[in-house]
Design a protein around this ligand. Sequence first.
Ligand code: S3P
Length: 438
Amino acid sequence: MSGAPGYRVHPGGCLTGRLRVPGDKSISHRALILGAVAEGDTAIRGFLEGADCMATLRAFRAMGVAIEGPQAGRVTIRGVGLHGLCAPAGPLDLGNSGTSMRLLAGLLAGQPFPVVLTGDASLSRRPMRRVTDPLAAMGARVETAPDGTAPLRLAGGAALHGIDYPLPVASAQVKSSVLLAGLYAEGRTCITEPAPTRDHTERMLAGFGYPVEVDGPRVCLEGGGRLQGREIDVPADLSSAAFFLVGASIAEGSDLLLEHVGVNPTRAGVIEILRRMGADIEILNPRRAGGEPLADLRVRGAPLRGIRIPPELVPSAIDEFPALFVAAACAAGETVLTGAAELRVKESDRIQVMVDGLQALGGEARPTADGVVIRGGALHGGAVDGRGDHRIAMALAIAGLRTRAPVTISDVRNVETSFPGFVPAATGVGLRIEAIGD
Ligand code: S3P
């Protein structure tokens, strides 16, 4: 054990009952950001009270925005308008949260005051030029560390102008960062995506009354408009539900209902991939809340088979691959993933770290430059390292449903970033998991 708190998962069991996982991380961040610069109040329900979104919330408080809550998922933001933010007293520490850093870099590029954005060791290793390059092209004065990482220093006082930017990587964080800077830019800002990525920013801007034009892969907006505060119902996070979609699929006898889950098509690749592997997932009671589609998902245990994952599905499942790799390790035959080099620059190198984890449990997995090859088979259990990456820790915990011996996972502290209450939630539906360590 690394000394950080860990999990022990006792093998076997199945997942039954019903569960509403915590609120969507991407939507919670965006609700705070747009609510802060809107006019009037924004009342959020279902807000994710995880460490990442709390980092965004604290950043806005440090810039003078009055925010009530969170209290049982409710947050009220007294919007200050696009030009009402104040200079923070010091650097804004965004912890482990890439979304906070990249989206705030865009929003803050056009402010009259300077600001420094910092993060933890993992965030400080992640590439930031993907946002600072287009922001600089818009006229922002922004610096990274010499290797293109945080801290980010925004000088402030820059007059931004719109750009027409073809996104070099399929990244919703980069797209959103440029769009948020575009709110402050003279003229029109347009982005063309190489593949569809999550479109929560576009949907939510429209919900706040800000005109956004979407034409296939191209998104445009004009600077100088206004946002109007509103109510937002945040769906449960499909990325958190994914651990249970996989868990129930691999554990015979499972029958689980995941409630109020966001099923935005730009996010729903995990459902499509699991179904292609043979999973039994029903989408029940489809509805909409605040411009986002949601549904209840019923998942039952089913024999899975390995597949070649179509590369075009990768962006819509980008955060779910740690869980999907566990599904592949429990499937009959081989699963091949390509076109997913982005996984190497997430909270950890998710290709290498998951391969190490599956091998430690007795699985057969081989990394490639932009993906992985996994051959399904029996898992014996053992000790694995969560490497401070929330999604790795939860994915490896779910694997315990199919191991012969217990799985112990170290360094799981960051599960709090996206899934506070993971252990009781998982226990409640049948995972035999306990928290261990200091
Ligand atoms: C996110 C976009 C994705 C995703 C991240 C959240 C967002 O990152 O992995 O967890 O909220 O925009 P990239 O933009 O780097 O693909």
